[in-house]
Design a protein around this ligand. Structure first.
Ligand code: ZN
Length: 250
């Protein structure tokens, strides 16, 4: 049963933001809410980042638009979704003809209250058969995994031939090569070296090569550049973020 006090506090906070940011300068492509501006988010206080209604961030909205642009849902029967963000979870759960498998290593951390089960899945040992999924979304996960080669190999294994995946990671384009050092294990050390206490590397420009080595056909897509600066603001997109679309050959 919901705690009525917590529920009402959440509602009050949401309504306050709705009022504070009332307007139509920005629109969330996931939930269609409009505001004067999206909310500030993250350690760097990124402006125009978080939707006040569904909680989506820049990367979620970019991926959402990209899925539509590439028609990736059109032939998708089975979707595997790592670390499912709430905005996506809600939308995908509502699709009747979709076999939706949201998953995480720690499913108990998710308290969305939806009817679709969030499976416990270790990405280095995915408990599904080969060639099973039409589409896989795995965003901001691989930077947490020491053996990311094994994880990428598993993603490849469970993807159907001709299937697709979007595998986003935080990426430092100033680095030619990915930086990792597994001797750094403390939270403080990882924060300093990799920008977050539970990250194990900084991916560099060779990220796409790491994926390609597993057999994926990788497209590094600067899709966000197809929007004008005004549109990037209106849809709350990060102008620096590229999409990593991975296809498994037939
Ligand atoms: Zn939204």
């Amino acid at each position: 049963m919901k705690n009525p006090r917590i529920f009402s506090l959440q509602e009050i906070r949401k309504r306050r933001k709705e009022k504070q940011f009332k307007g139509d300068k920005v629109v969330c492509c996931i939930c269609n809410a409009t505001y004067m501006e999206f909310g500030v988010f993250g350690k760097q206080n990124r402006p125009n980042a978080q939707c006040h209604n569904c909680g989506s961030l820049e990367r979620h909205r970019l991926i959402w638009k990209y899925i539509q642009y590439k028609n990736l849902m059109e032939h998708t029967v089975r979707l595997l979704h790592f670390a499912p963000a709430k905005a996506f979870y809600k939308s995908f759960s509502a699709l009747e003809n979709l076999e939706y498998y949201p998953c995480d290593l720690y499913p108990n951390l998710y308290t969305y209250g939806g009817t679709v089960k969030i499976h416990k899945v270790d990405i280095t040992e995915i408990p599904f058969e080969d060639n099973y999924f039409d589409l896989i979304l795995c965003n901001h996960v691989l930077e947490h995994i020491e053996n990311d080669h094994l994880a990428m190999n598993q993603l490849y294994r469970v993807m159907k031939p001709s299937g697709s995946g979007i595998f986003q990671v935080p990426l430092d384009y100033n680095r030619e090569h990915t930086y990792e050092d597994f001797s750094i294990t403390s939270k403080k050390g990882r924060l300093k070296a990799f920008g977050q206490k539970d990250h194990v590397r900084w991916y560099g420009q060779d990220y796409k090569d790491r994926l390609a080595k597993m057999g994926f056909q990788v497209t590094e897509d600067d899709y966000v550049s197809s929007f004008s600066v005004e549109e990037q603001f209106r849809f709350g997109l990060d102008p620096k973020e590229k999409i990593y679309l991975c296809k498994k050959p037939k």
